[in-house]
Design a protein around this ligand. Structure first.
Ligand code: ZN
Length: 138
């Protein structure tokens, strides 16, 4: 892929088409002061169409969040205009404060200070269950 536009930073590749914006918002990339590019509907041999996010800065990104939203994403780390590291994200075993429990009787609906914690209970089907009430996500 073309990394020309970035000198030092991160490229999130192989995002399913239309998920780029969701990821952009989930990672709170609007708060960055560097340039961030979202490429939507890029051509991909593997996926047909895909989204790509380019961040022109070395930042700490939340890999669990990316893995939860887009388990197929690839992370490319660019230094001095060269690709120095490339890896796939993993489906996280546990996610904290990424999603909200929808169960109105859940303790997290009452105790607003509690962290929203979900545990991966089925890797195949990507099922996450609330740590407190065991309700599954979606
Ligand atoms: Zn719950």
């Amino acid at each position: 892929m073309n990394i020309d536009s970035i000198k030092n930073g991160i490229v999130i590749d192989h995002i399913s088409a239309k998920k780029g914006m969701e990821l952009y918002e989930a990672l709170d990339l609007t708060s960055l002061d560097c340039s961030v590019a979202i490429i939507t509907n890029a051509k991909s041999q593997k996926m047909g169409k895909k989204d790509i996010i380019k961040i022109d800065k070395e930042i700490n990104i939340d890999l669990d969040k990316i893995g939860f939203i887009e388990p197929n994403a690839t992370i490319n780390i660019v230094k001095n205009g060269e690709l120095i590291k490339k890896f796939k994200v993993n489906l996280p075993e546990k996610i904290v404060n990424v999603a909200k429990c929808q169960n109105p009787r859940c303790i997290t609906s009452v105790e607003k200070d509690l962290d929203q914690i979900f545990i991966l209970t089925d890797k195949e089907k990507q099922v996450y269950r609330c740590k407190y009430c065991e309700m599954s996500l979606k």
